[in-house]
Design a binder for this molecule. Structure first.
Ligand code: PLP
Length: 389
């Protein structure tokens, strides 16, 4: 017998954990239309406003005209077209590594990467706040998996020492944590990995295009050598399109082409999406003002929220989470903001640990100062009404 779906959904409902889809009737922009009403959107990872950028749309439309809609086959069959090849070269150059390999989504990039790196005889240490796709990937890898406390170098060291006989070891974490907006301490992690002959793998989904002087990612932010670690990232957030990538050595790329199931047994990404991603990487490199605006905006909103007395996480990115603890409170806040014309999602377990439900605001380079002031004002009103501040 299958479980009773309705009953399970009702159980979620009574615990304020049921989720539902909201339909956007507008493109991904600083505003969003839902049920015919316009809201300021603080709910998109489109950090640089590239998802609906005219030049990127044009690149994708031209690529559709030239290459068609579907790739027609897996990458190893006949699905690797010029735009895929070009994108991988652009990514390798942008990430300052030898080679990059793209996948259909960020989620499947992790599923395709980790199990190819390590086997039953290996050991994986993952940060407790790692994204669900990383945890799934680690489980799929069949290696022994241990979780270290979030960004806790001492705990990680203790676990590395307890590993016993030397075995292939991965330390897995995120460059920018997706639900907290804080950064992994890459220099300390690399030192520890070097001492214990472990390899560092980072998921830079929210660092790509966002962190570092040129937006190359969290490794650039910390000034660490990209050759010293394996990086994956997504094309779906700041890059504004869809897909994921691994950035590393040419031999890693070749090895993944030969072993990674999530790379081999799936149809290539649509060529127009690859062309769009290449155009986005060009814009990021040629228009540094965009990244500047993003930083100005996130600093302004973070300062406003902190001054109002909101409890933010230790964020250093455009992800500004307001911790309200209970899922009920998070939903109430989100609903009150919705009524005030501000769209912010309530993030609840299992996406975040128990007692840490939150509103997760994401800032874009394209938000106007007026919009951000409006958001702060609405938060002040609802925060006071609901006694969050
Ligand atoms: C969004 C995200 C992914 C998944 O990327 P998609 O391109 O959306 O599939 C993976 N890891 C992290 C940390 C993410 O935030």
């Amino acid at each position: 017998m299958l479980r009773d779906f309705e009953q399970e959904l009702n159980n979620l409902e009574t615990r304020y954990l049921r989720r539902q889809l909201r339909i956007a009737e507008s493109p991904s922009e600083p505003t969003i239309t839902i049920e015919g009403r316009r809201f300021i959107s603080m709910a998109s990872n489109n950090y640089l406003g590239l998802a609906n950028h005219p030049a990127i749309k044009r690149a994708a439309v031209e690529a559709i005209e030239r290459w068609g809609v579907g790739a027609g086959a897996a990458r190893l069959m006949s699905g690797t077209m010029t735009p895929h090849h070009q994108l991988e070269q652009d990514l390798a150059q942008f990430k300052q590594v030898e080679a990059a390999l793209t996948f259909g989504t960020g989620y499947t990039t992790n599923l395709g990467l980790i199990p190819s790196l390590i086997d039953r005889d290996g050991f994986i240490l993952a940060d407790r706040f790692c994204h669900a796709s990383l945890i799934e990937a680690c489980r799929l890898a069949k290696a022994r998996l241990r979780v270290f406390h979030h960004n806790d170098i001492e705990h990680l060291e203790k676990l590395l020492k307890k590993r016993g006989r030397a075995c292939p070891t991965l330390v897995v974490t995120e460059g920018v944590f997706s639900m907290d907006g804080d950064l992994a301490p890459l220099p300390d992690l690399l030192t520890l990995c070097r001492q214990h002959e472990a390899t560092l793998v980072i998921d830079d989904a929210h660092g790509t295009g966002v962190m570092g002087k040129n937006g190359r990612g969290t490794a650039e932010h910390f000034g660490v050598n990209p050759q010293d670690l394996i990086q994956m990232g997504t094309l779906s957030k700041a890059i504004g399109t869809s897909g994921g990538y691994v950035a590393g050595t040419a031999s890693l790329k070749d090895y993944l082409i030969n072993t990674s199931k999530a790379f081999i047994y799936t149809t290539a990404q649509p060529p127009a999406i690859a062309a769009g991603a290449s155009a986005a990487i060009r814009i990021i490199q040629h228009e540094p003002a965009r990244l500047e605006r993003l930083r100005t905006n996130r600093n302004a909103l973070q300062a406003a929220l902190t001054n109002l007395g909101f409890q933010l996480t230790d964020t250093q990115s455009p992800i500004l989470p307001i911790i309200v603890k209970s899922p009920e409170r998070a939903l109430e806040m989100a609903q009150a903001l919705y009524e005030a014309g501000v769209y912010v999602p309530a993030i609840r377990p299992p996406t975040v640990p128990k007692h840490s439900s939150r509103l997760r605001l994401t800032v874009s380079s394209e938000h106007t100062q007026e919009q951000l002031e409006n958001v702060a004002r609405s938060l002040q009103e609802t925060g006071q009404t609901l006694r969050v501040i």
